[in-house]
Design a protein around this ligand. Structure first.
Ligand code: ADP
Length: 481
Protein backbone atom coordinates (compact mmCIF):
# COMPACT_ATOMS: atom_id res chain seq x y z
CA UNK A 1 0.00 0.00 0.00
CA UNK A 2 1.34 3.41 -0.85
CA UNK A 3 1.64 5.67 2.17
CA UNK A 4 -0.81 8.52 2.18
CA UNK A 5 0.58 11.80 3.42
CA UNK A 6 -1.91 14.17 4.86
CA UNK A 7 -1.43 17.60 3.32
CA UNK A 8 -0.09 19.95 6.00
CA UNK A 9 -2.62 22.30 7.50
CA UNK A 10 -2.82 25.89 6.34
CA UNK A 11 -1.49 26.92 9.70
CA UNK A 12 1.60 24.74 9.30
CA UNK A 13 2.14 26.01 5.78
CA UNK A 14 1.71 29.65 6.81
CA UNK A 15 4.15 29.14 9.68
CA UNK A 16 6.69 27.47 7.42
CA UNK A 17 6.40 30.19 4.82
CA UNK A 18 6.69 32.90 7.40
CA UNK A 19 9.77 31.30 8.95
CA UNK A 20 11.40 30.64 5.57
CA UNK A 21 10.81 34.15 4.28
CA UNK A 22 11.91 35.79 7.52
CA UNK A 23 15.03 33.60 7.70
CA UNK A 24 15.92 34.35 4.08
CA UNK A 25 15.49 38.04 4.77
CA UNK A 26 17.64 37.79 7.88
CA UNK A 27 20.39 35.95 5.96
CA UNK A 28 20.40 38.60 3.24
CA UNK A 29 20.36 41.34 5.85
CA UNK A 30 23.20 39.75 7.84
CA UNK A 31 25.27 39.19 4.71
CA UNK A 32 24.77 42.79 3.58
CA UNK A 33 25.64 44.06 7.05
CA UNK A 34 28.78 41.97 7.15
CA UNK A 35 29.93 43.07 3.71
CA UNK A 36 29.36 46.73 4.62
CA UNK A 37 31.13 46.42 7.98
CA UNK A 38 34.05 44.57 6.41
CA UNK A 39 34.38 47.22 3.74
CA UNK A 40 34.33 49.96 6.35
CA UNK A 41 36.92 48.13 8.52
CA UNK A 42 39.25 47.62 5.57
CA UNK A 43 38.97 51.24 4.59
CA UNK A 44 39.74 52.38 8.13
CA UNK A 45 42.63 49.97 8.26
CA UNK A 46 44.12 51.48 5.10
CA UNK A 47 43.59 54.96 6.55
CA UNK A 48 45.50 53.97 9.67
CA UNK A 49 48.23 52.49 7.52
CA UNK A 50 48.43 55.75 5.64
CA UNK A 51 48.65 57.68 8.89
CA UNK A 52 51.45 55.35 10.04
CA UNK A 53 53.20 56.02 6.77
CA UNK A 54 52.97 59.78 7.09
CA UNK A 55 54.12 59.69 10.71
CA UNK A 56 57.08 57.49 9.79
CA UNK A 57 57.92 59.66 6.80
CA UNK A 58 58.02 62.71 9.08
CA UNK A 59 60.05 61.06 11.85
CA UNK A 60 62.68 59.12 9.95
CA UNK A 61 65.98 60.91 9.60
CA UNK A 62 69.31 60.15 8.15
CA UNK A 63 72.32 60.15 10.43
CA UNK A 64 75.65 61.64 9.41
CA UNK A 65 77.02 58.19 8.63
CA UNK A 66 74.22 57.49 6.16
CA UNK A 67 72.02 55.28 8.40
CA UNK A 68 68.31 55.82 8.61
CA UNK A 69 66.83 56.04 12.08
CA UNK A 70 64.04 57.65 14.06
CA UNK A 71 64.31 61.30 15.00
CA UNK A 72 65.54 61.64 18.57
CA UNK A 73 62.47 63.62 19.75
CA UNK A 74 60.15 60.73 18.98
CA UNK A 75 58.97 59.55 22.33
CA UNK A 76 57.28 56.30 21.46
CA UNK A 77 59.43 54.39 19.10
CA UNK A 78 57.71 51.73 17.11
CA UNK A 79 60.27 49.16 18.16
CA UNK A 80 58.64 46.34 20.00
CA UNK A 81 55.29 46.98 18.37
CA UNK A 82 54.48 43.49 17.22
CA UNK A 83 51.66 44.66 14.95
CA UNK A 84 53.63 47.06 12.79
CA UNK A 85 56.72 47.08 10.67
CA UNK A 86 58.64 49.98 9.13
CA UNK A 87 61.17 49.37 6.44
CA UNK A 88 63.29 51.68 4.35
CA UNK A 89 64.68 50.35 1.13
CA UNK A 90 67.39 51.90 -0.94
CA UNK A 91 66.76 52.67 -4.59
CA UNK A 92 68.75 49.59 -5.59
CA UNK A 93 66.57 47.25 -3.52
CA UNK A 94 68.56 46.89 -0.30
CA UNK A 95 66.89 47.13 3.06
CA UNK A 96 68.58 49.93 4.87
CA UNK A 97 66.34 50.18 7.91
CA UNK A 98 63.68 48.20 9.67
CA UNK A 99 61.97 48.56 13.00
CA UNK A 100 58.88 47.12 14.68
CA UNK A 101 57.70 43.53 14.44
CA UNK A 102 60.23 40.85 13.76
CA UNK A 103 58.28 39.35 10.94
CA UNK A 104 59.86 38.49 7.61
CA UNK A 105 57.87 39.98 4.77
CA UNK A 106 58.80 39.34 1.14
CA UNK A 107 61.28 41.93 -0.18
CA UNK A 108 59.89 44.98 -1.82
CA UNK A 109 59.24 44.82 -5.55
CA UNK A 110 60.99 47.95 -6.68
CA UNK A 111 59.70 47.95 -10.21
CA UNK A 112 56.19 48.04 -8.94
CA UNK A 113 56.86 50.61 -6.26
CA UNK A 114 56.21 53.29 -8.83
CA UNK A 115 55.89 56.86 -7.81
CA UNK A 116 52.72 56.70 -5.78
CA UNK A 117 51.25 54.91 -2.78
CA UNK A 118 50.92 51.22 -3.27
CA UNK A 119 48.76 49.09 -1.00
CA UNK A 120 49.31 45.36 -0.92
CA UNK A 121 48.36 42.40 1.18
CA UNK A 122 51.20 39.92 1.64
CA UNK A 123 51.48 36.64 3.45
CA UNK A 124 53.96 36.03 6.23
CA UNK A 125 53.53 32.45 7.22
CA UNK A 126 49.95 31.94 8.33
CA UNK A 127 49.51 35.65 8.90
CA UNK A 128 48.55 38.31 6.45
CA UNK A 129 50.02 41.77 6.46
CA UNK A 130 48.81 44.90 4.80
CA UNK A 131 51.61 47.05 3.41
CA UNK A 132 51.82 50.57 2.05
CA UNK A 133 54.91 51.51 0.10
CA UNK A 134 55.90 54.67 -1.70
CA UNK A 135 59.08 56.46 -2.66
CA UNK A 136 60.03 59.16 -0.16
CA UNK A 137 62.98 61.36 0.37
CA UNK A 138 64.68 61.33 3.77
CA UNK A 139 66.83 64.38 4.18
CA UNK A 140 67.15 64.68 0.44
CA UNK A 141 67.97 60.99 -0.02
CA UNK A 142 65.55 59.07 -2.31
CA UNK A 143 64.46 55.79 -0.70
CA UNK A 144 61.36 53.61 -0.61
CA UNK A 145 59.41 53.51 2.65
CA UNK A 146 57.24 50.51 3.39
CA UNK A 147 54.89 50.53 6.36
CA UNK A 148 53.08 47.30 7.25
CA UNK A 149 50.38 46.33 9.71
CA UNK A 150 49.33 42.84 10.71
CA UNK A 151 45.76 42.09 9.67
CA UNK A 152 45.42 39.58 12.49
CA UNK A 153 43.42 41.77 14.85
CA UNK A 154 41.24 43.01 12.00
CA UNK A 155 40.54 39.46 10.83
CA UNK A 156 39.81 38.44 14.38
CA UNK A 157 37.31 41.29 14.83
CA UNK A 158 35.60 40.55 11.55
CA UNK A 159 35.44 36.88 12.55
CA UNK A 160 33.76 37.87 15.82
CA UNK A 161 31.17 39.94 14.01
CA UNK A 162 30.49 37.12 11.58
CA UNK A 163 30.15 34.68 14.47
CA UNK A 164 27.63 36.93 16.24
CA UNK A 165 25.64 37.26 13.01
CA UNK A 166 25.67 33.52 12.33
CA UNK A 167 24.91 32.52 15.92
CA UNK A 168 22.08 35.04 15.94
CA UNK A 169 20.33 33.24 13.06
CA UNK A 170 19.00 30.09 14.76
CA UNK A 171 17.19 32.05 17.51
CA UNK A 172 15.77 34.28 14.78
CA UNK A 173 14.52 31.21 12.90
CA UNK A 174 12.94 29.83 16.06
CA UNK A 175 11.36 33.18 16.86
CA UNK A 176 10.11 33.43 13.28
CA UNK A 177 8.54 29.98 13.59
CA UNK A 178 6.84 30.78 16.87
CA UNK A 179 5.75 34.21 15.62
CA UNK A 180 4.51 32.73 12.37
CA UNK A 181 2.57 30.07 14.18
CA UNK A 182 0.92 32.63 16.47
CA UNK A 183 0.18 34.87 13.52
CA UNK A 184 -1.32 31.99 11.54
CA UNK A 185 -3.46 31.00 14.50
CA UNK A 186 -4.74 34.54 14.82
CA UNK A 187 -5.41 34.77 11.10
CA UNK A 188 -7.16 31.42 10.95
CA UNK A 189 -9.22 31.83 14.10
CA UNK A 190 -12.16 33.39 12.19
CA UNK A 191 -12.10 30.46 9.75
CA UNK A 192 -12.16 27.97 12.60
CA UNK A 193 -15.08 29.83 14.05
CA UNK A 194 -16.79 29.85 10.66
CA UNK A 195 -16.34 26.10 10.35
CA UNK A 196 -17.80 25.42 13.78
CA UNK A 197 -20.73 27.73 13.07
CA UNK A 198 -21.32 26.15 9.66
CA UNK A 199 -21.28 22.71 11.28
CA UNK A 200 -24.20 23.84 13.41
CA UNK A 201 -26.32 24.51 10.33
CA UNK A 202 -27.96 21.26 9.28
CA UNK A 203 -30.94 20.41 7.10
CA UNK A 204 -33.19 21.07 10.09
CA UNK A 205 -31.59 24.42 10.89
CA UNK A 206 -31.13 25.80 7.41
CA UNK A 207 -32.74 29.08 8.42
CA UNK A 208 -29.71 29.92 10.58
CA UNK A 209 -26.98 32.10 9.15
CA UNK A 210 -23.30 32.64 9.91
CA UNK A 211 -22.36 35.82 11.74
CA UNK A 212 -20.54 38.30 9.55
CA UNK A 213 -18.08 40.14 11.78
CA UNK A 214 -16.68 42.45 9.12
CA UNK A 215 -18.45 42.41 5.76
CA UNK A 216 -15.52 44.16 4.08
CA UNK A 217 -12.70 41.73 4.78
CA UNK A 218 -12.03 38.45 2.96
CA UNK A 219 -13.58 36.30 5.68
CA UNK A 220 -16.62 38.57 5.73
CA UNK A 221 -17.05 38.13 1.98
CA UNK A 222 -16.61 34.36 2.28
CA UNK A 223 -19.22 34.30 5.04
CA UNK A 224 -21.60 36.29 2.87
CA UNK A 225 -21.11 33.84 0.00
CA UNK A 226 -21.74 30.90 2.35
CA UNK A 227 -24.84 32.60 3.71
CA UNK A 228 -26.09 33.03 0.16
CA UNK A 229 -25.48 29.36 -0.48
CA UNK A 230 -27.40 28.47 2.69
CA UNK A 231 -30.26 30.69 1.59
CA UNK A 232 -30.42 28.93 -1.78
CA UNK A 233 -30.19 25.54 -0.08
CA UNK A 234 -32.97 26.51 2.26
CA UNK A 235 -35.24 27.54 -0.57
CA UNK A 236 -34.41 24.35 -2.52
CA UNK A 237 -35.19 22.29 0.56
CA UNK A 238 -38.44 24.14 1.08
CA UNK A 239 -39.37 23.59 -2.53
CA UNK A 240 -38.54 19.92 -2.22
CA UNK A 241 -40.59 19.57 0.94
CA UNK A 242 -43.53 21.35 -0.63
CA UNK A 243 -43.20 19.21 -3.72
CA UNK A 244 -43.23 16.00 -1.73
CA UNK A 245 -46.14 17.16 0.40
CA UNK A 246 -48.09 18.29 -2.66
CA UNK A 247 -47.34 15.09 -4.55
CA UNK A 248 -48.51 12.95 -1.63
CA UNK A 249 -51.60 15.10 -1.31
CA UNK A 250 -52.35 14.73 -5.03
CA UNK A 251 -52.06 10.96 -4.80
CA UNK A 252 -54.26 10.73 -1.74
CA UNK A 253 -57.37 11.98 -3.44
CA UNK A 254 -57.50 9.40 -6.25
CA UNK A 255 -56.56 6.72 -3.73
CA UNK A 256 -59.48 7.76 -1.54
CA UNK A 257 -61.73 7.64 -4.60
CA UNK A 258 -60.48 4.15 -5.47
CA UNK A 259 -61.10 3.05 -1.92
CA UNK A 260 -64.59 4.57 -1.97
CA UNK A 261 -65.53 2.86 -5.22
CA UNK A 262 -64.18 -0.46 -3.99
CA UNK A 263 -65.95 -0.24 -0.64
CA UNK A 264 -69.24 0.71 -2.29
CA UNK A 265 -68.90 -2.19 -4.72
CA UNK A 266 -68.31 -4.82 -2.03
CA UNK A 267 -70.83 -3.39 0.45
CA UNK A 268 -73.63 -5.40 -1.14
CA UNK A 269 -74.20 -7.87 -3.89
CA UNK A 270 -74.50 -6.23 -7.29
CA UNK A 271 -75.23 -7.25 -10.82
CA UNK A 272 -72.45 -7.62 -13.40
CA UNK A 273 -73.28 -4.29 -15.07
CA UNK A 274 -72.78 -2.49 -11.79
CA UNK A 275 -69.48 -4.27 -11.19
CA UNK A 276 -68.38 -3.36 -14.69
CA UNK A 277 -69.15 0.26 -14.03
CA UNK A 278 -67.29 0.18 -10.73
CA UNK A 279 -64.26 -1.42 -12.38
CA UNK A 280 -64.42 1.19 -15.18
CA UNK A 281 -64.34 3.98 -12.58
CA UNK A 282 -61.47 2.28 -10.80
CA UNK A 283 -59.47 2.06 -14.02
CA UNK A 284 -60.15 5.73 -14.71
CA UNK A 285 -58.73 6.68 -11.33
CA UNK A 286 -55.78 4.36 -11.86
CA UNK A 287 -55.15 6.07 -15.23
CA UNK A 288 -55.24 9.41 -13.56
CA UNK A 289 -52.77 8.28 -10.92
CA UNK A 290 -50.52 6.71 -13.53
CA UNK A 291 -50.47 10.01 -15.41
CA UNK A 292 -49.67 11.89 -12.26
CA UNK A 293 -46.89 9.52 -11.29
CA UNK A 294 -45.47 9.69 -14.84
CA UNK A 295 -45.49 13.46 -14.73
CA UNK A 296 -43.84 13.51 -11.32
CA UNK A 297 -41.18 11.13 -12.54
CA UNK A 298 -40.50 13.31 -15.53
CA UNK A 299 -40.22 16.36 -13.34
CA UNK A 300 -37.83 14.62 -11.01
CA UNK A 301 -35.71 13.54 -13.98
CA UNK A 302 -35.77 17.12 -15.19
CA UNK A 303 -34.64 18.23 -11.72
CA UNK A 304 -31.82 15.74 -11.76
CA UNK A 305 -30.69 17.08 -15.13
CA UNK A 306 -30.87 13.66 -16.74
CA UNK A 307 -33.26 14.54 -19.57
CA UNK A 308 -31.53 14.98 -22.89
CA UNK A 309 -32.98 17.24 -25.55
CA UNK A 310 -32.68 15.89 -29.00
CA UNK A 311 -32.83 19.02 -31.08
CA UNK A 312 -33.69 19.26 -34.72
CA UNK A 313 -34.90 22.07 -36.97
CA UNK A 314 -38.56 22.27 -36.12
CA UNK A 315 -41.22 24.14 -38.08
CA UNK A 316 -43.21 25.82 -35.31
CA UNK A 317 -46.23 26.51 -37.55
CA UNK A 318 -46.44 22.85 -38.35
CA UNK A 319 -46.13 21.95 -34.69
CA UNK A 320 -48.92 24.37 -33.73
CA UNK A 321 -51.23 22.93 -36.40
CA UNK A 322 -50.41 19.39 -35.29
CA UNK A 323 -51.23 20.13 -31.65
CA UNK A 324 -54.40 21.96 -32.62
CA UNK A 325 -55.64 19.04 -34.72
CA UNK A 326 -54.88 16.52 -32.00
CA UNK A 327 -56.86 18.56 -29.47
CA UNK A 328 -59.64 19.45 -31.94
CA UNK A 329 -61.80 16.68 -30.57
CA UNK A 330 -61.77 18.28 -27.09
CA UNK A 331 -62.68 21.67 -28.54
CA UNK A 332 -65.47 20.07 -30.59
CA UNK A 333 -66.95 18.52 -27.48
CA UNK A 334 -67.23 22.04 -26.07
CA UNK A 335 -68.36 23.55 -29.37
CA UNK A 336 -65.30 25.74 -29.43
CA UNK A 337 -63.49 27.05 -32.47
CA UNK A 338 -59.71 26.70 -32.78
CA UNK A 339 -58.51 29.61 -34.93
CA UNK A 340 -54.99 28.75 -36.11
CA UNK A 341 -53.04 31.52 -37.81
CA UNK A 342 -49.40 30.58 -38.32
CA UNK A 343 -46.65 32.08 -40.43
CA UNK A 344 -44.67 29.67 -42.59
CA UNK A 345 -41.01 28.76 -42.28
CA UNK A 346 -40.56 29.79 -38.64
CA UNK A 347 -37.92 27.27 -37.64
CA UNK A 348 -36.51 26.68 -34.16
CA UNK A 349 -33.88 24.18 -33.14
CA UNK A 350 -35.94 22.15 -30.72
CA UNK A 351 -36.86 18.78 -29.33
CA UNK A 352 -40.16 18.02 -31.04
CA UNK A 353 -41.66 15.88 -28.26
CA UNK A 354 -40.69 18.19 -25.40
CA UNK A 355 -41.91 21.34 -27.13
CA UNK A 356 -45.07 19.64 -28.33
CA UNK A 357 -45.91 18.78 -24.74
CA UNK A 358 -45.53 22.42 -23.72
CA UNK A 359 -47.84 23.65 -26.47
CA UNK A 360 -50.31 20.84 -25.77
CA UNK A 361 -50.51 21.71 -22.07
CA UNK A 362 -51.16 25.39 -22.79
CA UNK A 363 -53.73 24.71 -25.50
CA UNK A 364 -55.40 22.04 -23.38
CA UNK A 365 -55.81 24.59 -20.57
CA UNK A 366 -57.23 27.17 -22.99
CA UNK A 367 -59.87 24.67 -24.10
CA UNK A 368 -60.49 23.41 -20.57
CA UNK A 369 -60.87 26.77 -18.89
CA UNK A 370 -62.81 28.74 -21.52
CA UNK A 371 -66.58 28.62 -21.94
CA UNK A 372 -68.54 26.45 -24.31
CA UNK A 373 -68.87 27.97 -27.77
CA UNK A 374 -65.90 30.33 -27.41
CA UNK A 375 -62.91 30.69 -29.69
CA UNK A 376 -59.30 29.81 -28.91
CA UNK A 377 -56.80 31.64 -31.12
CA UNK A 378 -53.35 30.23 -31.92
CA UNK A 379 -50.98 32.63 -33.61
CA UNK A 380 -47.38 32.28 -34.67
CA UNK A 381 -45.24 35.25 -35.66
CA UNK A 382 -41.59 35.98 -36.23
CA UNK A 383 -40.01 38.77 -34.15
CA UNK A 384 -36.40 39.66 -34.96
CA UNK A 385 -34.51 36.57 -33.83
CA UNK A 386 -37.39 35.02 -32.00
CA UNK A 387 -40.58 33.18 -32.71
CA UNK A 388 -43.72 34.13 -30.80
CA UNK A 389 -46.43 31.57 -30.31
CA UNK A 390 -49.51 33.08 -28.66
CA UNK A 391 -52.48 31.05 -27.42
CA UNK A 392 -55.43 33.23 -26.41
CA UNK A 393 -58.81 32.16 -25.07
CA UNK A 394 -62.05 33.78 -23.97
CA UNK A 395 -62.10 32.24 -20.51
CA UNK A 396 -61.87 33.94 -17.13
CA UNK A 397 -58.22 34.88 -17.64
CA UNK A 398 -55.66 34.80 -14.86
CA UNK A 399 -55.73 37.46 -12.17
CA UNK A 400 -52.59 39.56 -11.91
CA UNK A 401 -51.77 38.25 -8.44
CA UNK A 402 -51.66 34.66 -9.75
CA UNK A 403 -49.54 35.29 -12.83
CA UNK A 404 -46.26 34.85 -10.96
CA UNK A 405 -47.23 31.54 -9.44
CA UNK A 406 -49.22 30.07 -12.30
CA UNK A 407 -46.12 28.16 -13.51
CA UNK A 408 -45.34 26.71 -10.05
CA UNK A 409 -45.87 23.05 -9.50
CA UNK A 410 -49.26 22.08 -8.11
CA UNK A 411 -50.52 25.62 -8.32
CA UNK A 412 -54.19 25.92 -9.20
CA UNK A 413 -56.12 29.16 -9.23
CA UNK A 414 -59.34 27.50 -8.19
CA UNK A 415 -58.79 24.13 -6.56
CA UNK A 416 -62.37 22.89 -6.96
CA UNK A 417 -62.81 24.01 -10.54
CA UNK A 418 -59.51 22.61 -11.77
CA UNK A 419 -59.88 19.30 -10.00
CA UNK A 420 -63.05 18.64 -11.98
CA UNK A 421 -61.00 19.10 -15.13
CA UNK A 422 -58.55 16.54 -13.81
CA UNK A 423 -55.54 18.82 -13.58
CA UNK A 424 -52.97 18.46 -10.81
CA UNK A 425 -51.45 21.86 -11.43
CA UNK A 426 -48.40 20.46 -13.18
CA UNK A 427 -49.20 21.23 -16.82
CA UNK A 428 -47.84 24.77 -16.85
CA UNK A 429 -44.83 23.80 -14.71
CA UNK A 430 -43.90 21.27 -17.37
CA UNK A 431 -44.57 23.79 -20.15
CA UNK A 432 -42.29 26.31 -18.48
CA UNK A 433 -39.56 23.75 -17.97
CA UNK A 434 -39.76 22.71 -21.64
CA UNK A 435 -39.65 26.29 -22.92
CA UNK A 436 -36.81 27.23 -20.56
CA UNK A 437 -34.82 24.24 -21.79
CA UNK A 438 -35.02 25.64 -25.29
CA UNK A 439 -33.72 29.00 -24.16
CA UNK A 440 -37.15 30.51 -24.49
CA UNK A 441 -39.64 32.26 -22.24
CA UNK A 442 -43.25 31.66 -21.36
CA UNK A 443 -45.44 34.42 -19.95
CA UNK A 444 -49.10 34.96 -19.39
CA UNK A 445 -51.14 38.09 -19.97
CA UNK A 446 -54.66 39.29 -20.39
CA UNK A 447 -56.30 39.38 -23.79
CA UNK A 448 -57.89 42.75 -24.60
CA UNK A 449 -61.40 41.26 -24.56
CA UNK A 450 -60.75 39.28 -21.34
CA UNK A 451 -59.40 35.75 -21.27
CA UNK A 452 -55.84 34.52 -20.90
CA UNK A 453 -53.09 34.87 -23.44
CA UNK A 454 -50.04 32.63 -23.08
CA UNK A 455 -47.00 33.78 -25.02
CA UNK A 456 -44.15 31.42 -25.80
CA UNK A 457 -40.98 33.09 -27.09
CA UNK A 458 -38.37 30.83 -28.66
CA UNK A 459 -35.05 31.65 -30.28
CA UNK A 460 -35.08 31.00 -34.01
CA UNK A 461 -32.72 28.39 -35.36
CA UNK A 462 -29.59 29.82 -36.86
CA UNK A 463 -29.68 29.06 -40.62
CA UNK A 464 -26.34 27.25 -40.25
CA UNK A 465 -27.43 25.13 -37.32
CA UNK A 466 -30.71 24.33 -39.07
CA UNK A 467 -28.72 22.63 -41.81
CA UNK A 468 -26.77 20.48 -39.34
CA UNK A 469 -29.62 18.12 -38.74
CA UNK A 470 -30.58 16.53 -35.42
CA UNK A 471 -28.18 16.76 -32.51
CA UNK A 472 -28.35 16.15 -28.83
CA UNK A 473 -27.77 18.51 -25.96
CA UNK A 474 -27.06 17.42 -22.39
CA UNK A 475 -29.13 19.39 -19.94
CA UNK A 476 -27.94 20.76 -16.64
CA UNK A 477 -30.81 21.92 -14.56
CA UNK A 478 -30.14 24.27 -11.72
CA UNK A 479 -32.81 23.12 -9.33
CA UNK A 480 -36.41 22.19 -8.93
CA UNK A 481 -38.78 23.73 -11.43
P1 ADP B 1 -53.92 22.09 -14.32
O1 ADP B 1 -53.46 20.73 -14.57
O2 ADP B 1 -54.65 22.26 -13.03
O3 ADP B 1 -54.59 22.71 -15.46
P2 ADP B 1 -51.79 23.86 -14.96
O4 ADP B 1 -50.45 24.00 -14.41
O5 ADP B 1 -51.95 23.54 -16.38
O6 ADP B 1 -52.58 22.86 -14.04
O7 ADP B 1 -52.53 25.22 -14.67
C1 ADP B 1 -52.45 25.79 -13.40
C2 ADP B 1 -53.69 26.59 -13.11
O8 ADP B 1 -53.71 27.75 -13.89
C3 ADP B 1 -54.95 25.89 -13.44
O9 ADP B 1 -55.39 25.10 -12.39
C4 ADP B 1 -55.87 27.05 -13.70
O10 ADP B 1 -56.43 27.48 -12.50
C5 ADP B 1 -55.01 28.11 -14.24
N1 ADP B 1 -55.07 28.21 -15.70
C6 ADP B 1 -54.23 27.63 -16.59
N2 ADP B 1 -54.56 27.96 -17.86
C7 ADP B 1 -55.62 28.77 -17.78
C8 ADP B 1 -56.44 29.44 -18.74
N3 ADP B 1 -56.18 29.36 -20.07
N4 ADP B 1 -57.43 30.22 -18.29
C9 ADP B 1 -57.68 30.32 -16.99
N5 ADP B 1 -56.97 29.71 -16.01
C10 ADP B 1 -55.95 28.94 -16.41
Amino acid sequence: MTPRWAAPSIRARLTAWYAIVLTAMMIVYAAATFVAVRHEFLEQFDDQLHEDFETAEGLLIRTADGRVTWASDRRHGPDGDEGRLYEVWSADGKQIHRSGASVALPPIALASAGSSYRYETVAAGPERWRTLSAPVSIDGHAVVLRVSRSEQLLRYQLGEILLVLVLGLPPVVVLAGVGGSLLARRLLAPIEQLASEARRITAERLHERLTVSNPNDEIGRLTAVMNDAFARLESSFDQLRRFTADASHELRTPLAVVRGIGEAAVAQRRNPAEYEEAIGSLLEEVDRMTNLVDTLLRLSHADAGSIRLSREPLDLGQLAREVASSLAILAEERHQTLAVDTADGVIASADRLVLREAVTNVLDNAIKYSPVGSTVAIQLARLDHQALLAIADEGPGIATEHRERIFDRFFRVDEARSRDGGGAGLGLAIAKWAVDMHGGQITVGQRPGGGAEFRILLPLAHPASAAEGPHTTQLHLGGPL
